[in-house]
Each structure stands twice: as C-alpha cells, then as structure tokens.
Design a protein around this ligand. Structure first.
Ligand SMILES: Cc1cc2nc3c(=O)[nH]c(=O)nc-3n(C[C@H](O)[C@H](O)[C@H](O)COP(=O)(O)OP(=O)(O)OC[C@H]3O[C@@H](n4cnc5c(N)ncnc54)[C@H](O)[C@@H]3O)c2cc1C
Length: 378
C-alpha cells in the first residue's frame, strides 16, 4: 500500500469502527464483554488479519496495515477491543502463518479472516507469568493423539475464543527446551472456561481462566516442531510488543485530542483552562513525549516489515511507549479535573485501559531486564 492507499484504508477503518463500535461502546463496557458477532462484522468489513496471504481470503497487505487498525481502535478509546483484535490478528494469525502446516492454515486462517474463528494465546498460568518457563500444563502423546491437562489464567478473548494456542510441557524437566505449542479447538471435549475475570479497565476485552482436562487433541494440533514452543514464542514476541506500542501511542494521541478540546471549552477563574501556563506546558510535554515515542515506533515498525526488528529494540519500545502512555494520559486526565474521574468522560476509560499495558506482553521490569542484558549480558 502506498501512502494514499493507506490514508483511504484508515478512513474506511474509522468509518467502520464508528458504525460498528462507537454507538455500543458504553453498553459493552457495562456488560464487560463484546457480542461475539462483532468479530464477524469486523471480518466482513475486511479488518481482521489483513496482512495474511490472499490464499486465505485476506488482503495480503504489509503488517503495517494490521498495526493501523490497532491504532485506530486505540485512538478512538476502544482499548479493550484493540487488545482482543491484536491477539487475534497480530499474534495468533501470524503464529499460524509462520509456523503452521498447510493443513493447519487451511483449517484456521480462512475462518480467522472472516471472524468465524476467534483466536486466543494461552501462556500464563497461576504459577507462571513473567517466568513462563515454569508452566505446568502438559501434553502427553497417546498413539496418534495428544492428551492435554492443566489450566491457564488471564487469557484475552478466553470467553469467546474458538481457537486457543496453548503452551504445554511435552518433555518434562527440560524447561524451555521441553515446551510445545498446540492449536486447541475449543469445541473439543475436555475444554472448559472459568468465569470471566473482572478487571480495572479494558472491560470490552474478556479475560478468562481456561481448563484442560484429559483433552484429546489430534496429532495435527501440534504447532511447529515438537519442543520448539519457546523458539516460536521468542520469534513472535517482537511483533506482539510492536502491537502493544501501537496501542500505547495511538491511545495517548486520542487522549491528547479530547483533552485539547476540553481545556478550550472549560472555564475557571473567568478564563479557559487552556489559557493557564500549566495547561500549555503540560500539553507541550504530552505532545513531545508522544512524538518521540512515535518516531521510535515508526522506525521499529519499518524494521519489522524488513524482518530486521531486534528483540532489544522491541523491548525498549514496549517499555518506553507504555510508560509514556500511562504518564501522558494521567497528565491529560488531571486537566479534566473531577469530570476526568467520571465514567461519563471517555478520558477515564483511556486512563483505566492504559494501566495493563505496562504488565501484559512482558512487564516493564522484564523489558528493562531484557534491555540490560543486551548491554551487560546475563
Ligand atoms: C488483562 C490481562 C490480559 C492478559 N492477556 C494474556 C493473554 O492473552 N495470554 C497470556 O498468556 N497471558 C496474558 N496475561 C498475563 C500477563 O502476560 C501476565 O500477567 C504478565 O506476564 C505478568 O505475570 P504475572 O501476572 O504472573 O506477574 P509476576 O510474574 O508474578 O510478576 C509480579 C511482579 O514481579 C516482577 N518481576 C517478575 N520477575 C521479575 C524479574 N526477573 N526481575 C524483576 N522483576 C520481576 C514483575 O515485573 C511484577 O512487577 C494477561 C494479563 C492481564 C491482566
């Protein structure tokens, strides 16, 4: 896509989101979930997994187009839906595209593009978050099948997912070198969802606990090579972090825009809030922080499309952009005064949705650890 086509695509995306999401967002926020049909609608609008090959019904664009949908969702203050979208289009689909067999791609990718199959990625367990190597969910081979046992927690799209990529131990005692990934069809017996986990923000992103009890998976459920689950995860993490950065920067930009509108209208001491030097300097700081992060993000996104994005740069970007998001949105909310703390004003949603960004996809502390390792070694 050239620049003109990208502008047209973004306009089309914005219109579709204004039509499909904006009128319902408050209701879905209250319900703490989106209707399953939203994903079919986004599929019909051509917004799901646009960078997958045409052979699977997608537009075969560059990954930048997928990032642009994440940005539009985030900019409009639909942070929870942006996360669900990102898991589906920016994580699960690329895992299958890059590491699946043709049979697996045929089985899942058409449906993912159409929104008929919603994807989730399940790594985290109650005893294994940052330390993913400590997972206990395991898969044992039995003839041609695998038997999966264990549980996962905090799984985005978990309540609605039709397909879950599950990390499981396949060679006990070997840690990372004994972990494999499985494509788990949630209609199979032995799969169960716990209750929806209630959260501080991102209410439109359903987060669930998942259980696997003697779940029999066919041989072709194994994604990629046996015991290479960690190698796959490491290869895909930079893209996941780029998606989180796209959310961070676009959400901060969206928050800044509504703040600018508000301070121009709101009056105190006979003048607009915009006229106070504190407001002017705060907005100058916010704009500067966003611009610096956007420049690094664009650099990393370009590097990714050239297959040159390093894991250190992805970690620095995820760390810097999500910290920036939380800081700048907090500064913006402050300029709304008490109204900023009320649900009626969307700035409060930008604020609540932002907080998790410094935690999932690798916490800020883990990002700093990764960057430090790139400087000083282990
Ligand atoms: C809303 C939401 C959605 C999520 N979606 C998904 C999903 O779709 N799929 C999925 O698999 N997971 C998902 N997660 C899980 C998320 O990735 C983990 O919560 C995250 O990785 C942190 O793990 P933890 O919660 O176990 O915290 P812990 O690992 O217990 O960390 C606790 C604290 O210790 C710090 N810490 C840990 N290790 C170190 C260290 N070596 N050095 C310094 N500090 C350290 C952490 O930074 C943190 O501050 C989601 C979580 C939430 C809340």
């Amino acid at each position: 896509m050239d620049n003109e086509e990208m502008t047209l695509f973004r306009d089309m995306t914005r219109r579709a989101l204004e039509h499909e999401i904006a009128p319902h967002i408050e209701t879905w926020e209250e319900q703490h979930i989106v209707p399953r049909s939203l994903w079919n609608k986004l599929g019909e609008a051509g917004l799901l997994c646009p960078d997958l090959p045409e052979a699977y019904g997608a537009a075969e664009t560059s990954p930048q187009v997928t990032f642009s949908v994440i940005e539009e969702l985030s900019h409009m203050g639909f942070g929870g839906i942006a996360t669900g979208y990102s898991i589906h289009s920016n994580i699960v689909a690329p895992y299958i595209e890059h590491f699946g067999t043709e049979e697996q791609k045929q089985q899942w990718l058409h449906k993912m593009v159409a929104g008929e199959a919603l994807g989730a990625l399940a790594m985290t367990e109650p005893g294994a978050g940052s330390d993913v190597q400590s997972i206990r969910t395991n898969a044992v081979q039995d003839g041609d099948e695998w038997i999966l046992n264990g549980s996962k927690i905090f799984i985005t799209n978990g309540m609605l997912a039709d397909l879950v990529i599950v990390a499981a131990i396949t060679d006990p005692g070997k840690g990372a070198k004994g972990t494999s990934l499985f494509l788990v069809d949630t209609t199979l017996p032995g799969f169960d969802r716990g209750k929806k986990i209630e959260k501080l923000g991102q209410h439109t992103s359903d987060t669930a606990e998942l259980f696997f009890q003697d779940m029999r998976l066919p041989a072709n459920a194994l994604l990629g090579e046996l015991n290479k689950g960690f190698v796959i995860m490491m290869k895909e993490l930079p893209r996941e972090r780029l998606g989180i950065a796209a959310q961070a920067i676009a959400a901060a930009e969206g928050a800044m825009e509504i703040t600018i509108d508000y301070v121009k209208e709101r009056k105190a001491f006979g003048q607009t809030v915009a006229s106070f030097q504190n407001t002017r300097f705060t907005l100058a700081d916010v704009k500067t922080d966003i611009a610096v992060n956007r420049a690094f993000y664009e650099k990393c996104a370009d590097a990714y499309t050239r297959e040159e994005l390093t894991s250190e740069d992805a970690a620095m970007l995820k760390y810097a952009s999500t910290e920036m998001q939380c800081k700048t949105i907090d500064q913006c909310l402050q300029l709304f005064g008490g109204y900023g703390y009320t649900i009626e004003y969307p700035i409060s949603r930008y604020y609540a949705d932002a907080r998790i960004q410094r935690i999932y996809g690798g916490t800020s502390e883990i990002m700093r650890e990764l960057v430090a390792r790139s400087i000083l070694g282990r």
